[in-house]
Design a protein around this ligand. Sequence first.
Ligand code: P1T
Length: 380
Amino acid sequence: MGFATTAIHAGNEPDPTTGAVTVPIYQTSTYAQDGLGRHKGYEYARTQNPTRHAVEQNIAALEGARFGYAFASGMAAIDSTLRLIKAGEHVIVSDNTYGGTFRLFSRVLANYGIEFSFVDTTDASNVEAAIKENTRMVFVETPTNPVMMVTDLQAVSTIAHRAGARVVCDNTFMSPYLQRPLEFGVDIVVHSTTKYLNGHSDSVGGIVVLNDERDAEWLQFIQNSVGAILSPFDSWLVLRGTKTLAVRMEQHDASGRSVAAFLEEHPKVQKLYYPGSVSHRQHDLAKRQQRGFGGMVAFDVGSLANASTVLEQVRVCTLAESLGGVETLISHPATMTHASVLPETRERLGITDGLVRISVGLEDVDDIIADLDQALGKIA
Ligand code: P1T
């Protein structure tokens, strides 16, 4: 079955009661039971919900996974995944991730005896060098938010597995349409469904998908024990979103290429961060590992003043956090999504005061480019 067919049909069985073609929103907290220990497989809605179950099956199928668990946000999904790790164990993490991931690991989970090493995973030998006797997980984001660094998933998986560690990939920027990490040996894929999977900037959520039965059992146990579940309505929104994922990602990818090509030639743009460009040092790896390059593009205009000009002069693009929706969003990572990253780390990674990030949306691409052109033209 092709990707678009799976996206439309996996988990989307007609409703057994009425035949409704669209999975209903089961907006209930509990389920009537016929007698003690006699029920229809549904007891309480934190534990089981048919709408949530549908979206879990749907996204697991899109990633080629057996199991899926949906959470109240991408951060809740990542937090629950880290609960596979115990105090005294060690996790290797890409040194560039979404700022919230860095914050969760360094400011929250580190307080519970989990040890983190933040390394440049774009060079797999750095992962090898960081492995310790107690390493149990390698967590990578590829391409990274916001400077679009690419990690070789196959190379990192080989190294991690040799050491008995699982590999987790945050696939939010690509979506399963453009990148399927499990095919490269990755064990667990996480997403902020808030982004491309939902695709319409109207829901916050997260998902974890995986194949290993024991880890899946534990994640299900955590989902129920901690309770950071995706609501029925949000589950329904994401389920509706993934039906059009293939066509949306095709257009995000095509428009992303056009916007990146425009930016690369623009005299006010000092540096472009986009793996689809032949000038990106990991272009070949990105081409091998991804089916396209998606809609995320970052560029440096040299200073905070220049970045402010662009961000405040745009009219079609909207100045906002988040990404992956139908509308083009433009943001300033240093003060927005990555404000929790230490200034010296930001500088080293390229998250400068002049860095601007765009999530290229589905408007007519000529309108997006014209808008960026007029905003860049206002730089003194
Ligand atoms: O916002 P939430 O649904 O909790 O997802 C967190 C998250 C996880 N992983 C990646 C790669 C992300 O980009 C995010 C959220 N990112 C933004 C809000 C942003 O504007 O970059």
